[in-house]
Design a protein around this ligand. Structure first.
Ligand code: 3HC
Ligand code: NAI
Length: 704
C-alpha cells in the first residue's frame, strides 16, 4: 500500500501503517498535508492487515503547526479540527512519535492520536497566543482533559515550549524516547509494544483531568484575573480562557464548536494580522542582500573598546554566546569599573537563582581586560563603544588599524555619527561596519547593522552571523543621522514636543502612548535613557537646524537644571529616593507653562486620539522617508526595528504595517491637515504620496 501524495506518505511496516509527513521546511499542516492525513487514516481503517498507525515527521521536526501562510485566506477543507477528529475516531490505535518540535496544530495532531512518544530533545508547545490565536484544532479541549486546566492554561497563555521530560511529567506524552535517535525506529518499537498488549484506541476526549471541577474552576479563575492584569490589550488570551471554561462546562463536541467560534474571532482580528506580520518580518530581515552573496568570516573571539553602559552590556551578550571577550579601557580604574558592570549583571542572575556561582565563574573566565590595544591583535571582530565623539572614535580606530590582524572586522556602536567618516580614517574601510546595539545590550533584541559605502559584503555577512550567535534580531540600515530607529524617533519625539508646548502634558502624552500598547511613553523613555544624551545631540545639530523649523526648548530647560531623569532623581517626572517609576512634577508643569508664554503659544487641549494620530503620522512619514532613501531596505525593516528596539506593540505589527491597517490615504490626509499650521514639520514623504496615488500600501514593497 502507498500513496502518490508527496507531503504525506504512508506505507505498511508489518502490522503498522507508518504515516510520514514530509512538507519542508517544518512539516506545516497545509491543505495538502491535511488531505493526506485523512487519506492515510482511511487507508488504515480499510486495510485488514493494519493493527495500528504511527505518525512521524520527516526531517528535523514532527510538525511546526498550522501553515501560517494560509491565515487570512479562505479556509480549504478538510479543516484541521476535522482532521484531528478523524484521527481520534480511528478504530485502530494511532501513535505519534515526536522529535524536534510539535507546536500548535502539530501538538494538536499528537493530542488527537491515542498514544504519544517524545524523543529526548523534543519541544512541545501551543504557541498560538504569540500569533494572536488560540489552539484551534482541539487543543483548548483536549489539553485540559489530558493534563488539567492549570497546566494547559499555562502552556496556552505563555506559548512556551516544554521539553520532553516536562511533557512526560505532566502526562502530555506517554513515553520518553532517546534523544537524537531515529523517531521511526523508536515509534515502531513503541507501536509494536502497544499492539502486543492489545492497547485500545484510547481517546483524549475521554481523559478525566478536569474531573475535579472545583480545582479546575479555581485554575480558570486565577488565570482570568492575572490575564486581565497582564494581557495589556491583547485579544486572544481571554478567548483562550473562555475556551477552557467551555472544556469544563460543555460536552466535548460543543466545546469544539465553541473553540472554533472563538478561533475564528481571533483569526479575523487585526492583532492576528499584526503578529503574523511580525513573525514573517523577523524571518525576512535576516535575508539582507549581502548574506545571499557572501560568506561570513569566522568569529571565535571578540574585542570591546569601552567598558561603559554599552560596552559592558555587549560584553555580557558575547560572553553569554560563549565567546571570549577582551575589553579595552583607558586606565586601570575605568577597566575595573567596566569589569564590575559586567559582573553586576551576573551577580543579579545569581541572586535571583537564575545562574550558579560556578556558572558565573566559567563565564567570567572568558573575559579578559586590558588597557593596551595590543591585546586585540588576534581577535576576529572588535566593537567600539567609547564616548559619542568623532575625534575620540577616530583615535580609537587609528589604534585598531594599527594592532588588529588583517581581516578583523572593525565595528562601531555609534548612535548617530557618520560611519563613512570613521571608516575613512582607517586604511581598511572595507572592514568597517556599524553594529548599533540597544540598551541594555544584553537584553534588547534589536541590532542595527549599519553599512557604510565601502564595506565589503562578507563583512556585512559576518555582522549578520554575529547577530545570530548573539541571538539578536538584525536589521540592515544605511548611513544617515540616527540610522533607521533613532532618526525616526527624533521626528515623532519632535511631534510630541510640539503637542507638549501646544497644551498637552508629558503625562497625558505618555498615558496615550501606553494606552496604544507601548510599555512606556516618550517622556518616561527619555527619563530612563537620560536627558543628557538627547541634549548633546540637539547641541550638535543646532548649527545645521533649519531656521524655519519650530524648536521647542522645554527639554533644554530641564537639562540646564541638571534634571536628566532617573539617574539624577528628576526629569519630566520626580523619582523620590531612587524610585524607578516617577510621579508627575508640578515644577515641570510650571516650566512648560513658562515656555508656552515665552513662545507665545496659547495652550489648547488634546484628546488622546489626536495625540496618537499626530505621533503615529510623524513616525509613519519619517518611516516612509527612510525607505524612500534606501536607509531601510523595506517597510518591514522599519517594523522590526520598532517592535524590537523601541517598544512598539508587537500586535500592531510595526508602524508601517499599522499604517496599512488604517489606510495610507488617511495618514496622508492627516499630515496635510496638520501641515496647515506647520508646513515645515509636516512635509509629506514622496513615497507616501506616491503610494497613495497608485492605490498601493507599504506591504506591496515588502514582497520584492
Ligand atoms: N507555517 C508556515 N511556515 C512556517 C511555519 C508555519 N507554521 N513555521 C515556520 N515556517 C517557515 C518560516 O517562515 C521559515 O520560512 P523561510 O525559510 O521562508 O523564512 C521556515 O519555515 C523556517 O522557520 P525558522 O527560520 O523559524 O526555522 P527554525 O528552525 O528556527 O524554527 C520553528 C522552526 C520552531 C517551527 C519556528 O519556525 C516556529 O516557531 N514556527 C511557528 C510555530 C507556530 O507558531 N505554530 C503554531 C501555528 S498556529 C496553529 O497551529 C493554529 C492551530 O491551532 C489551528
Ligand atoms: P559610557 O559613557 O557609559 O561609556 C563610554 C566608555 O568608554 C567609558 O567607560 C570610557 O571610559 C570609555 N572610553 C572613552 N574613551 C576611550 C578610549 N579611547 N579607549 C577605551 N575606552 C574609552 O557611554 P555609553 O552609553 O556606553 O555609550 C557608548 C557608545 O554607545 C556611544 O557611541 C553611544 O552613542 C552608543 N550607544 C549608546 C546607547 C545608550 O543607550 N547609552 C545606545 C546605543 C549606542
Amino acid at each position: 500500500m502507498g500513496s502518490a501524495v508527496a507531503v504525506v506518505r504512508y506505507a505498511q511496516h508489518g502490522a503498522i501503517l507508518v504515516v510520514t509527513i514530509d512538507n519542508a521546511p517544518v512539516n506545516a499542516l497545509g491543505a495538502e498535508v491535511r488531505r493526506g492525513l485523512v487519506d492515510a487514516i482511511a487507508a488504515a481503517e480499510a486495510a485488514p492487515g493494519v493493527a495500528a498507525v504511527l505518525i512521524v515527521g520527516a526531517g528535523r521536526n514532527f510538525i511546526g503547526g498550522a501553515d501560517i501562510r494560509e491565515f487570512g485566506k479562505p479556509p480549504v477543507a478538510p479543516l484541521l479540527p476535522d482532521v484531528c477528529q478523524r484521527i481520534e475516531a480511528c478504530s485502530k490505535p494511532v501513535i505519534a512519535a515526536i522529535h524536534g518540535v510539535a507546536l500548535g496544530g502539530g501538538l494538536e495532531v499528537a493530542l488527537a492520536a491515542h498514544y504519544r512518544l517524545a524523543l529526548g530533545g523534543a519541544k512541545l508547545g501551543l504557541p498560538e497566543v504569540l500569533l494572536g490565536l488560540l489552539p484551534g484544532a482541539g487543543g483548548t479541549q483536549r489539553a485540559p482533559r489530558l493534563i488539567g486546566a492549570q497546566a494547559a492554561l499555562d502552556m496556552m497563555l505563555t506559548g512556551r515550549q516544554l521539553g520532553a521530560a516536562e511533557a512526560r511529567a505532566l502526562g502530555l506524552v506517554d513515553k520518553l524516547g532517546v534523544d537524537a535517535a531515529d523517531p521511526l525506529e523508536q515509534g515502531l518499537a513503541y507501536a509494536a509494544e502497544l499492539v502486543a498488549a492489545h492497547a485500545p484506541a484510547r481517546r483524549t476526549r475521554d481523559a478525566d483531568r478536569l474531573a475535579d471541577v472545583a480545582a479546575s474552576q479555581a485554575a480558570i479563575d486565577a488565570a482570568r484575573s492575572s490575564t486581565a492584569k497582564q494581557a495589556r490589550g491583547l485579544f486572544s488570551p481571554l478567548k483562550i480562557i473562555d475556551a477552557v471554561q467551555g472544556a469544563l462546562d460543555l460536552p466535548f463536541d460543543q466545546g469544539m464548536a465553541l473553540e472554533r467560534a472563538l478561533f475564528v474571532q481571533c483569526l479575523d482580528s487585526p492583532q492576528r494580522a499584526g503578529l503574523v506580520h511580525a513573525f514573517f518580518a523577523e524571518r525576512e530581515v535576516v535575508k539582507a542582500p549581502e548574506t545571499r552573496v557572501a560568506q561570513p568570516r569566522p568569529i571565535a573571539s571578540i574585542g570591546i573598546v569601552g567598558g561603559g553602559t554599552m560596552g559592558a552590556g555587549i560584553t555580557v551578550a558575547a560572553l553569554d554566546a560563549g565567546l571570549p571577550v577582551t575589553m579595552i579601557e583607558v586606565d586601570a580604574a575605568a577597566l575595573a569599573r567596566g569589569r564590575a558592570l559586567v559582573e553586576k549583571v551576573y551577580d543579579g542572575q545569581v541572586a535571583k537563582g537564575r545562574m550558579t556561582a560556578a556558572a558565573k565563574a566559567t563565564t567570567m573566565a572568558r573575559y579578559t581586560g586590558s588597557t593596551a590595544y595590543d591585546a586585540l591583535a588576534q581577535v576576529d571582530l572588535v566593537i567600539e563603544a567609547v564616548f559619542e565623539d568623532m575625534a575620540v572614535k577616530q583615535a580609537v580606530f587609528a589604534q585598531l588599524d594599527r594592532v588588529c590582524k588583517p581581516g578583523a572586522v572593525l565595528a562601531t556602536n555609534t548612535s548617530y555619527l557618520d560611519i563613512d567618516q570613521i571608516a575613512a580614517s582607517t586604511t581598511r574601510p572595507a572592514d568597517v561596519v556599524g553594529l548599533h546595539f540597544f540598551s541594555p545590550a544584553n537584553i534588547m533584541k534589536l541590532l542595527e547593522i549599519v553599512v557604510p559605502e565601502r564595506t565589503a559584503p562578507e563583512v556585512v555577512a559576518t555582522a549578520f552571523a554575529l547577530a545570530k550567535l548573539l541571538r539578536k534580531t538584525p536589521v540592515r540600515a544605511g548611513v544617515c543621522d540616527g540610522f533607521i530607529g533613532n532618526r525616526i524617533l527624533a521626528v515623532y519625539r519632535t511631534a510630541a514636543d510640539h503637542m507638549l508646548e501646544d497644551g498637552a502634558s508629558p503625562y497625558q502624552i505618555d498615558a496615550a502612548v501606553r494606552a496604544f500598547g507601548y510599555p512606556m511613553g516618550p517622556y518616561q523613555m527619555s527619563d530612563l535613557a537620560g536627558g543628557d544624551i538627547g541634549w548633546a545631540t540637539r547641541k550638535r545639530r543646532a548649527p545645521t537646524r533649519d531656521p524655519r523649523a519650530r524648536y521647542v526648548q522645554i527639554a533644554d530647560r530641564l537639562c540646564e537644571r541638571g534634571w536628566f531623569g532617573q539617574k539624577t532623581g528628576r526629569g519630566y517626572y520626580l523619582y523620590a529616593d531612587g524610585a524607578r517609576s516617577g510621579t508627575p512634577d508640578p515644577e515641570v508643569a510650571a516650566i512648560v507653562d513658562a515656555e508656552r508664554q515665552r513662545a507665545g503659544v496659547r495652550a489648547r487641549s488634546f484628546t488622546d486620539d489626536e495625540i496618537m494620530r499626530r505621533y503615529m503620522a510623524a513616525m509613519i512619514n519619517e518611516g516612509a522617508n527612510v525607505v524612500h532613501e534606501g536607509i531601510a531596505l523595506r517597510p518591514l525593516d522599519v517594523d522590526v526595528t520598532f517592535v524590537h528596539g523601541y517598544g512598539f506593540p508587537r500586535y500592531r505589527g510595526g508602524p508601517m504595517h499599522y499604517a496599512d491597517t488604517i489606510g495610507l490615504d488617511q495618514v496622508l490626509a492627516d499630515i496635510r491637515t496638520f501641515a496647515q499650521d506647520d508646513p515645515v514639520f509636516w512635509n509629506a514623504s514622496p513615497l507616501l504620496v506616491e503610494l497613495v496615488e497608485r492605490g498601493e500600501n507599504f506591504a506591496s514593497l515588502n514582497q520584492a
